[in-house]
Write a protein that binds this ligand. Structure first.
Ligand code: 5AD
Ligand code: SF4
Length: 446
């Protein structure tokens, strides 16, 4: 496509790591078409908005952004504006965008990403709006180009979609049924990026530890972790997100016995109340969840535990909420992503009768955040004086004169050091702590 030479693209990504990774694929495909990444929207010839529909707030942000791009399109009619991702998979949202935003040229769903080159060609050739939304997932597509964000840590998708149907969640409706990639495809992708100098991978999926349930053999997530951690030059293996229900003893043993697999357990509890958990269709109750945490604490050294929590799920009473606080205090999470329940059209919870008033949700959220922040700070304080291996990932976000990396427990550590250390594992003595990060002093290089 000669007419795309020296043209620029900008991708705006909302939502989870899955979207961040999809955007890397979109960028890779645009790169192959001859587009290069633009630093700002004004210079771009194509702007793609990769959307998230997990909560109403995420959708409102996108509507605001799309509206704001109208001016730019009026100034520059040849600009291509495309919207993709989870919002487009919802019929009513796609319809609204079509109707309210005539300046959008291209709409495509989560299952159509691989068709981007053909879609752009169509827009350019016909000068008309292109719409591609498959309602169902196709086969897993291998070999798409990717333009990854940095050179140290990489996202590797291992499963697509989700079969869980938690009653509050839109994901299974917009990302389709769970499909696992073949181990050989995953391993060769990782070997490839390690050869390019990457040091750490995060295996990605909506429910990573149900990996392989769709295979007709016994190969499972624990087997995959073992295999990945054998890749020689790879220093660290992370994974996101596991489901507490599918966290087997075999998996805990594998994590405990493989040094490269990071001892960071992100185990979304969602609620501490067994009654609410049942209504959420989570597949565990408070006691089962707490016994999983105990098992981890007994088998693994130097670990961290983080979580996701929703407050104000339909029917949640003050008593239920206090059960959540009780679990937070019992587990002592290193940190938690906390959310007020947001009704999603088409999900069972949105139709449940007793919805919690907004004010109550906000109040509970505030109380939860306060409780958790105190615990996070206490745990971070306990790191002060300790020495940790930190994989240096780049310059510090807060202070560019510092470098920054993470411990195996996923704590961010900022410290003074030379930028040539990026990509190396260094020993750092922790000297100070904040709620969200640590400060340290470098002791020695690897
Ligand atoms: N409302 C609020 N939070 C939600 N999450 C998923 N769906 C909703 C919803 N409808 C949260 C869950 C999940 C995280 C990614 O987002 O805690 O783990
Ligand atoms: Fe949503 Fe539950 Fe699947 Fe996570 S496991 S993506 S919360 S349905």
């Amino acid at each position: 496509m000669n007419d795309s030479i020296d043209k620029q693209f900008k991708i705006l990504t909302y939502g989870c790591q899955m979207n961040v990774h999809d955007s890397e694929i979109l960028a890779g495909m645009l790169g192959q078409l001859g587009y290069r990444e633009s630093l700002n929207e004004d210079d771009a010839d194509i702007i793609l908005i990769n959307t998230c529909s997990i909560r109403d707030k995420a959708e409102q942000k996108v509507f605001g952004k799309v509206g704001a791009l109208k001016k730019l399109k009026a100034k520059k009619p040849e600009l291509i504006i495309g919207i993709c991702g989870c919002m487009i998979q919802q019929q009513q949202v796609a319809k609204r965008i079509q109707k309210d935003f005539p300046h959008v040229d291209l709409l495509f769903g989560t299952h159509n990403i691989h068709q981007l080159p053909q879609m752009i060609e169509k827009v350019l050739a016909k000068k008309e709006r292109v719409l591609e939304i498959w309602n169902e997932e196709g086969e897993v597509i291998e070999g798409l180009p990717k333009l990854r964000e940095d050179g140290i840590t990489a996202w590797i998708t291992i499963t697509y979609g989700c079969n869980n149907f938690c009653t509050y969640c839109i994901v299974p409706h917009v990302r389709g049924r769970e499909r696992s990639r073949q181990p050989s495809d995953i391993i060769s992708e990782i070997e490839d990026i390690v050869a390019k100098g990457y040091k750490e991978v995060t295996l990605l999926g909506q429910n990573v530890n149900s990996y392989g349930k769709d295979f007709d053999n016994e190969y499972d997530f624990a087997d995959l972790l073992c295999e990945v951690s054998k890749i020689k030059e790879l220093k660290r293996v992370r994974y996101m997100t596991p489901h507490p229900r599918d966290f087997t003893d075999k998996l805990i043993d594998v994590i405990a016995s493989h040094d490269k697999i990071c001892n960071h357990f992100h185990l979304p509890v969602q609620s501490g109340s067994s009654r609410v958990l049942k209504s959420m269709n989570r597949g565990y109750d408070q006691q089962k969840y707490l016994s999983l945490i105990d098992k981890i604490k007994n088998k693994v050294n130097d670990f961290s535990i983080t979580t996701d929590i929703i407050v104000g799920f339909p029917g949640e009473t003050e008593k239920d909420f206090l059960e959540t606080i009780k679990v937070v205090e019992a587990v002592k999470y290193d940190s938690a992503f906390t959310f007020a329940y947001s009704p999603r059209q088409g999900t069972p919870a949105s139709k449940m009768e007793v919805q919690v008033p907004q004010q109550e949700k906000s109040q509970r959220l505030q109380r939860l955040i306060e409780t958790q922040n105190n615990i996070s700070k206490q745990i971070n304080d306990s790191y002060v004086g300790q020495v940790w291996d930190v994989l240096v990932e780049g310059t510090s976000k807060n202070d560019p004169s510092y470098i920054s990396g993470r411990t195996k427990t996923a704590k961010i550590v900022n410290f003074a050091g030379d930028k040539t250390l990026i990509g190396k594992e260094v020993k750092v003595k922790i000297t100070d702590s904040q709620t969200w990060s640590l400060t340290g002093k470098i002791l020695e290089e690897e």
